[in-house]
Design a protein around this ligand. Structure first.
Ligand code: AR6
Length: 340
Protein backbone atom coordinates (compact mmCIF):
# COMPACT_ATOMS: atom_id res chain seq x y z
CA UNK A 1 0.00 0.00 0.00
CA UNK A 2 1.40 3.37 -0.91
CA UNK A 3 2.03 5.97 1.71
CA UNK A 4 -0.57 8.19 0.10
CA UNK A 5 -3.32 5.53 0.34
CA UNK A 6 -2.38 4.84 3.92
CA UNK A 7 -2.75 8.42 4.98
CA UNK A 8 -6.09 8.82 3.19
CA UNK A 9 -7.45 5.71 4.93
CA UNK A 10 -6.27 7.07 8.22
CA UNK A 11 -8.00 10.37 7.66
CA UNK A 12 -11.25 8.68 6.63
CA UNK A 13 -11.18 6.22 9.44
CA UNK A 14 -10.73 8.84 12.11
CA UNK A 15 -13.15 11.12 10.39
CA UNK A 16 -10.67 13.93 10.44
CA UNK A 17 -11.68 17.05 8.60
CA UNK A 18 -8.97 18.12 6.27
CA UNK A 19 -8.55 21.45 4.72
CA UNK A 20 -6.13 22.15 1.97
CA UNK A 21 -4.85 25.69 1.97
CA UNK A 22 -3.61 27.51 -1.14
CA UNK A 23 -0.03 26.59 -0.45
CA UNK A 24 -0.92 22.90 -0.18
CA UNK A 25 -0.51 22.66 3.60
CA UNK A 26 -2.87 20.59 5.74
CA UNK A 27 -4.34 22.06 8.86
CA UNK A 28 -6.39 20.18 11.47
CA UNK A 29 -8.85 21.55 13.90
CA UNK A 30 -7.86 19.05 16.60
CA UNK A 31 -5.33 19.95 19.29
CA UNK A 32 -2.08 18.05 19.23
CA UNK A 33 0.40 17.13 21.92
CA UNK A 34 3.87 18.64 22.17
CA UNK A 35 6.88 16.39 21.93
CA UNK A 36 9.97 16.50 24.11
CA UNK A 37 13.04 14.34 24.70
CA UNK A 38 14.87 13.49 27.93
CA UNK A 39 18.35 12.06 28.42
CA UNK A 40 19.22 9.79 31.36
CA UNK A 41 23.00 9.60 31.58
CA UNK A 42 24.58 7.08 33.94
CA UNK A 43 28.28 7.53 34.73
CA UNK A 44 29.86 4.37 36.11
CA UNK A 45 32.99 4.95 38.24
CA UNK A 46 35.90 2.55 38.40
CA UNK A 47 34.66 1.42 41.85
CA UNK A 48 31.26 0.65 40.26
CA UNK A 49 29.47 3.61 41.87
CA UNK A 50 26.64 4.87 39.71
CA UNK A 51 26.31 8.59 39.04
CA UNK A 52 23.43 10.32 37.32
CA UNK A 53 23.74 13.53 35.34
CA UNK A 54 21.14 16.17 36.24
CA UNK A 55 20.52 19.78 35.29
CA UNK A 56 18.99 22.45 37.46
CA UNK A 57 16.18 24.15 35.59
CA UNK A 58 16.57 27.85 34.91
CA UNK A 59 12.94 28.42 33.95
CA UNK A 60 9.45 27.45 35.12
CA UNK A 61 7.83 25.03 35.47
CA UNK A 62 9.89 23.35 38.19
CA UNK A 63 12.27 26.32 38.18
CA UNK A 64 15.43 25.50 40.19
CA UNK A 65 14.42 21.83 40.41
CA UNK A 66 16.75 19.10 39.23
CA UNK A 67 15.76 17.13 36.16
CA UNK A 68 17.18 15.10 33.32
CA UNK A 69 18.50 17.16 30.49
CA UNK A 70 15.92 17.52 27.75
CA UNK A 71 13.60 19.81 25.88
CA UNK A 72 11.17 20.32 23.05
CA UNK A 73 11.77 18.70 19.69
CA UNK A 74 12.24 21.25 16.92
CA UNK A 75 10.32 20.94 13.65
CA UNK A 76 13.44 20.27 11.61
CA UNK A 77 14.92 17.40 13.60
CA UNK A 78 14.30 13.80 14.59
CA UNK A 79 13.95 12.89 18.26
CA UNK A 80 17.47 11.39 18.14
CA UNK A 81 18.88 14.65 16.82
CA UNK A 82 16.91 16.55 19.40
CA UNK A 83 18.29 14.43 22.26
CA UNK A 84 21.86 14.89 21.03
CA UNK A 85 21.31 18.65 20.66
CA UNK A 86 19.70 19.08 24.10
CA UNK A 87 22.47 17.09 25.75
CA UNK A 88 25.09 19.27 24.13
CA UNK A 89 23.27 22.54 24.82
CA UNK A 90 22.52 21.89 28.47
CA UNK A 91 25.52 19.83 29.60
CA UNK A 92 28.18 20.29 26.88
CA UNK A 93 28.45 16.51 26.47
CA UNK A 94 28.84 15.27 22.91
CA UNK A 95 29.66 12.02 21.15
CA UNK A 96 27.49 10.10 23.58
CA UNK A 97 25.79 6.99 22.29
CA UNK A 98 22.14 7.50 23.21
CA UNK A 99 19.58 4.68 23.14
CA UNK A 100 15.85 5.31 23.01
CA UNK A 101 14.11 3.29 25.72
CA UNK A 102 10.57 4.45 26.39
CA UNK A 103 7.86 6.96 25.70
CA UNK A 104 6.19 8.68 28.66
CA UNK A 105 2.74 10.05 28.02
CA UNK A 106 0.82 10.41 31.29
CA UNK A 107 -1.80 13.07 30.71
CA UNK A 108 -0.69 15.27 33.59
CA UNK A 109 3.07 14.83 33.30
CA UNK A 110 3.74 18.46 32.33
CA UNK A 111 1.85 21.45 33.82
CA UNK A 112 2.31 23.39 30.55
CA UNK A 113 -0.10 21.11 28.77
CA UNK A 114 -0.18 17.82 26.93
CA UNK A 115 3.45 16.84 26.43
CA UNK A 116 4.79 13.46 25.46
CA UNK A 117 8.43 12.70 26.01
CA UNK A 118 10.69 10.16 24.33
CA UNK A 119 13.43 9.11 26.72
CA UNK A 120 17.02 8.13 25.92
CA UNK A 121 19.74 6.68 28.07
CA UNK A 122 23.50 6.29 27.90
CA UNK A 123 25.92 4.46 30.17
CA UNK A 124 29.30 6.19 30.15
CA UNK A 125 32.69 5.89 31.80
CA UNK A 126 32.43 8.37 34.66
CA UNK A 127 36.16 9.07 34.89
CA UNK A 128 36.28 10.03 31.22
CA UNK A 129 33.36 12.45 31.25
CA UNK A 130 32.96 13.70 34.79
CA UNK A 131 34.87 16.94 34.25
CA UNK A 132 33.48 17.62 30.80
CA UNK A 133 30.03 18.73 31.88
CA UNK A 134 29.17 22.41 31.93
CA UNK A 135 25.70 23.96 32.15
CA UNK A 136 24.44 26.18 29.38
CA UNK A 137 21.24 27.23 27.59
CA UNK A 138 18.24 26.77 29.91
CA UNK A 139 20.19 24.81 32.51
CA UNK A 140 21.30 26.82 35.54
CA UNK A 141 23.66 24.11 36.75
CA UNK A 142 24.66 20.70 35.61
CA UNK A 143 25.95 18.15 38.07
CA UNK A 144 26.63 14.46 38.68
CA UNK A 145 24.85 12.89 41.65
CA UNK A 146 25.42 9.50 43.21
CA UNK A 147 22.33 7.42 42.46
CA UNK A 148 21.75 6.92 46.17
CA UNK A 149 21.66 10.61 47.00
CA UNK A 150 19.57 12.16 44.28
CA UNK A 151 17.56 15.32 44.89
CA UNK A 152 13.80 15.36 44.20
CA UNK A 153 13.26 15.31 40.44
CA UNK A 154 10.97 17.50 38.33
CA UNK A 155 8.04 16.28 36.20
CA UNK A 156 7.76 12.47 36.09
CA UNK A 157 11.52 12.07 36.04
CA UNK A 158 11.55 9.69 39.04
CA UNK A 159 9.47 7.36 36.91
CA UNK A 160 11.75 7.85 33.93
CA UNK A 161 14.74 6.95 36.10
CA UNK A 162 13.07 3.78 37.40
CA UNK A 163 12.20 2.66 33.91
CA UNK A 164 15.73 3.37 32.67
CA UNK A 165 17.18 1.25 35.48
CA UNK A 166 14.76 -1.59 34.70
CA UNK A 167 15.56 -1.50 31.01
CA UNK A 168 19.34 -1.30 31.41
CA UNK A 169 19.58 -3.87 34.17
CA UNK A 170 17.16 -6.06 32.20
CA UNK A 171 15.36 -6.70 35.47
CA UNK A 172 12.69 -8.85 33.92
CA UNK A 173 15.16 -11.36 32.53
CA UNK A 174 17.80 -11.26 35.21
CA UNK A 175 16.06 -10.99 38.59
CA UNK A 176 13.75 -13.70 39.87
CA UNK A 177 12.05 -14.28 43.20
CA UNK A 178 11.44 -17.86 44.31
CA UNK A 179 10.40 -19.80 47.36
CA UNK A 180 12.90 -22.46 48.32
CA UNK A 181 15.86 -23.74 50.28
CA UNK A 182 19.03 -21.97 49.15
CA UNK A 183 21.22 -24.97 49.99
CA UNK A 184 19.61 -26.86 47.10
CA UNK A 185 20.49 -24.30 44.40
CA UNK A 186 23.10 -25.30 41.86
CA UNK A 187 23.94 -21.70 40.94
CA UNK A 188 27.54 -20.55 40.53
CA UNK A 189 27.24 -18.98 43.97
CA UNK A 190 24.85 -18.83 46.89
CA UNK A 191 25.01 -16.06 49.48
CA UNK A 192 25.16 -16.79 53.17
CA UNK A 193 23.55 -14.38 55.67
CA UNK A 194 26.46 -14.91 58.05
CA UNK A 195 27.68 -13.31 61.26
CA UNK A 196 30.99 -11.48 61.61
CA UNK A 197 32.87 -14.57 62.81
CA UNK A 198 32.00 -16.44 59.58
CA UNK A 199 32.08 -19.61 61.63
CA UNK A 200 28.45 -20.61 61.31
CA UNK A 201 25.34 -20.03 63.37
CA UNK A 202 21.60 -20.57 63.11
CA UNK A 203 19.11 -19.83 60.32
CA UNK A 204 20.35 -19.98 56.77
CA UNK A 205 23.97 -19.83 57.97
CA UNK A 206 23.50 -23.06 59.94
CA UNK A 207 21.73 -24.73 57.01
CA UNK A 208 24.55 -23.79 54.60
CA UNK A 209 27.31 -25.03 56.91
CA UNK A 210 25.48 -28.29 57.53
CA UNK A 211 24.95 -28.92 53.83
CA UNK A 212 28.48 -27.87 52.80
CA UNK A 213 30.26 -29.98 55.43
CA UNK A 214 33.48 -29.52 57.38
CA UNK A 215 35.51 -28.19 54.47
CA UNK A 216 33.54 -24.95 54.51
CA UNK A 217 34.11 -24.44 58.23
CA UNK A 218 37.81 -25.06 57.79
CA UNK A 219 38.13 -22.54 54.97
CA UNK A 220 36.11 -20.03 56.98
CA UNK A 221 38.58 -20.39 59.86
CA UNK A 222 41.28 -18.94 57.59
CA UNK A 223 39.29 -15.80 56.69
CA UNK A 224 39.62 -13.81 59.94
CA UNK A 225 35.94 -13.00 59.99
CA UNK A 226 34.19 -10.26 58.06
CA UNK A 227 32.78 -6.86 58.90
CA UNK A 228 29.09 -6.06 58.66
CA UNK A 229 28.21 -5.04 55.10
CA UNK A 230 31.36 -6.62 53.63
CA UNK A 231 31.62 -10.00 51.88
CA UNK A 232 34.05 -12.89 51.54
CA UNK A 233 34.03 -15.85 49.18
CA UNK A 234 34.72 -19.55 49.74
CA UNK A 235 34.23 -22.73 47.79
CA UNK A 236 30.93 -24.58 48.05
CA UNK A 237 32.26 -28.00 49.13
CA UNK A 238 29.32 -30.47 49.37
CA UNK A 239 26.83 -27.89 48.17
CA UNK A 240 25.54 -27.98 44.57
CA UNK A 241 26.84 -24.41 44.12
CA UNK A 242 30.47 -23.80 43.29
CA UNK A 243 30.93 -20.88 45.68
CA UNK A 244 29.47 -19.43 48.85
CA UNK A 245 29.66 -15.68 49.37
CA UNK A 246 29.38 -14.84 53.06
CA UNK A 247 28.07 -11.48 54.21
CA UNK A 248 27.13 -10.39 57.72
CA UNK A 249 24.03 -8.21 57.51
CA UNK A 250 23.32 -5.46 60.05
CA UNK A 251 21.49 -6.28 63.27
CA UNK A 252 18.43 -4.02 63.20
CA UNK A 253 18.12 -1.82 66.27
CA UNK A 254 16.05 1.28 65.57
CA UNK A 255 17.07 2.17 62.04
CA UNK A 256 19.37 4.98 63.18
CA UNK A 257 22.58 2.99 63.06
CA UNK A 258 23.21 3.06 59.32
CA UNK A 259 21.31 -0.21 58.97
CA UNK A 260 19.86 0.65 55.53
CA UNK A 261 23.22 1.49 53.98
CA UNK A 262 24.88 -1.53 55.59
CA UNK A 263 22.23 -3.83 54.18
CA UNK A 264 22.60 -2.28 50.72
CA UNK A 265 26.35 -2.72 50.93
CA UNK A 266 25.90 -6.45 51.69
CA UNK A 267 24.13 -6.90 48.33
CA UNK A 268 26.56 -4.61 46.52
CA UNK A 269 29.69 -6.28 47.87
CA UNK A 270 28.37 -9.79 47.17
CA UNK A 271 27.65 -8.84 43.56
CA UNK A 272 31.06 -7.19 43.21
CA UNK A 273 32.75 -10.36 44.46
CA UNK A 274 30.58 -12.40 42.11
CA UNK A 275 31.61 -10.27 39.17
CA UNK A 276 35.29 -10.47 40.08
CA UNK A 277 35.05 -14.28 40.25
CA UNK A 278 33.26 -14.63 36.94
CA UNK A 279 30.09 -15.83 38.64
CA UNK A 280 27.14 -15.66 36.29
CA UNK A 281 24.33 -16.98 38.47
CA UNK A 282 23.91 -16.05 42.11
CA UNK A 283 21.16 -16.41 44.69
CA UNK A 284 20.55 -14.54 47.91
CA UNK A 285 18.58 -15.35 51.04
CA UNK A 286 16.69 -12.48 52.65
CA UNK A 287 19.67 -11.01 54.51
CA UNK A 288 19.11 -9.73 58.08
CA UNK A 289 15.36 -10.40 58.21
CA UNK A 290 15.60 -13.47 60.49
CA UNK A 291 17.57 -13.39 63.71
CA UNK A 292 18.81 -9.86 62.90
CA UNK A 293 15.23 -8.50 62.80
CA UNK A 294 15.47 -6.12 59.87
CA UNK A 295 11.85 -5.18 58.95
CA UNK A 296 10.98 -7.35 55.99
CA UNK A 297 9.29 -4.76 53.82
CA UNK A 298 12.11 -2.25 54.15
CA UNK A 299 14.75 -4.95 53.65
CA UNK A 300 13.07 -6.22 50.49
CA UNK A 301 12.93 -2.74 48.95
CA UNK A 302 16.59 -2.08 49.74
CA UNK A 303 17.63 -5.48 48.38
CA UNK A 304 15.79 -5.14 45.06
CA UNK A 305 16.79 -1.52 44.52
CA UNK A 306 20.46 -2.32 45.16
CA UNK A 307 20.48 -5.41 42.94
CA UNK A 308 18.86 -3.52 40.07
CA UNK A 309 21.35 -0.68 40.33
CA UNK A 310 24.32 -3.04 40.47
CA UNK A 311 23.20 -4.93 37.39
CA UNK A 312 23.44 -1.74 35.31
CA UNK A 313 27.22 -1.95 35.47
CA UNK A 314 27.60 -5.74 35.68
CA UNK A 315 26.69 -7.19 32.31
CA UNK A 316 28.45 -10.49 33.04
CA UNK A 317 26.00 -11.43 35.80
CA UNK A 318 23.19 -13.27 34.06
CA UNK A 319 20.83 -14.22 36.84
CA UNK A 320 20.12 -13.10 40.40
CA UNK A 321 17.53 -14.99 42.41
CA UNK A 322 16.10 -14.09 45.79
CA UNK A 323 15.41 -17.39 47.51
CA UNK A 324 12.67 -16.87 50.09
CA UNK A 325 12.11 -19.46 52.77
CA UNK A 326 8.43 -18.75 53.42
CA UNK A 327 5.38 -17.24 51.72
CA UNK A 328 5.45 -14.02 53.68
CA UNK A 329 9.02 -13.29 52.62
CA UNK A 330 8.21 -14.33 49.06
CA UNK A 331 5.29 -11.90 48.87
CA UNK A 332 7.33 -8.94 50.13
CA UNK A 333 10.13 -9.52 47.61
CA UNK A 334 7.66 -9.99 44.75
CA UNK A 335 6.01 -6.72 45.71
CA UNK A 336 9.38 -4.99 45.96
CA UNK A 337 10.33 -6.17 42.48
CA UNK A 338 7.18 -4.57 41.10
CA UNK A 339 7.55 -1.36 43.06
CA UNK A 340 11.24 -0.53 42.95
N1 AR6 B 1 17.17 -21.10 52.41
C1 AR6 B 1 16.74 -19.85 52.20
N2 AR6 B 1 16.43 -19.01 53.21
C2 AR6 B 1 16.55 -19.47 54.47
C3 AR6 B 1 16.99 -20.76 54.77
C4 AR6 B 1 17.32 -21.60 53.67
N3 AR6 B 1 17.76 -22.84 53.85
N4 AR6 B 1 17.01 -20.92 56.13
C5 AR6 B 1 16.56 -19.75 56.64
N5 AR6 B 1 16.28 -18.87 55.67
P1 AR6 B 1 18.66 -15.63 59.22
P2 AR6 B 1 19.93 -12.98 59.46
C6 AR6 B 1 15.77 -17.48 55.71
O1 AR6 B 1 18.21 -15.59 60.64
O2 AR6 B 1 18.66 -12.35 59.90
C7 AR6 B 1 22.64 -16.71 61.88
O3 AR6 B 1 22.66 -17.33 63.12
C8 AR6 B 1 15.08 -17.05 56.98
O4 AR6 B 1 13.74 -17.55 57.00
O5 AR6 B 1 19.23 -16.90 58.72
O6 AR6 B 1 20.76 -12.27 58.47
C9 AR6 B 1 23.96 -16.11 61.48
O7 AR6 B 1 25.06 -16.80 61.94
C10 AR6 B 1 15.12 -15.54 56.80
O8 AR6 B 1 14.08 -15.13 55.91
O9 AR6 B 1 19.76 -14.48 58.90
C11 AR6 B 1 23.87 -14.72 62.03
O10 AR6 B 1 24.28 -14.71 63.38
C12 AR6 B 1 16.45 -15.31 56.11
O11 AR6 B 1 16.86 -16.59 55.62
C13 AR6 B 1 22.43 -14.38 61.98
O12 AR6 B 1 21.72 -15.62 61.95
C14 AR6 B 1 17.54 -14.75 57.00
O13 AR6 B 1 17.41 -15.21 58.31
C15 AR6 B 1 22.09 -13.64 60.70
O14 AR6 B 1 20.78 -13.21 60.78
Amino acid sequence: MSVQTLSINFINEKNFTKQMSDNQEYTYKYPRASLTVDCVIFGISSNNAINVLLVQRKNPPFQDCWAFCGGFVDMNETTEQSAIRELKEETSLCNINLTQFHCFSSLDRDPRGRTITIAYYAVVDFEKVKDKVRADDDAKQCQWFNINSLPALAFDHEQILKKAIDVISMTRDRITIEKGDITKYDYDAIVNAANCSLLGGGGVDGAIHRAAGKGLYQECLTLNGCQTGQAKITKGYNLPSKYVIHTPGPIYRNGNNNEDELLASCYRNCLLLAEQNNIKTICFPSISTGVYHFPLQKASLIAIKTIKQCLISMPTIEKVTMVCFDDNTLNYYKQALNEQ
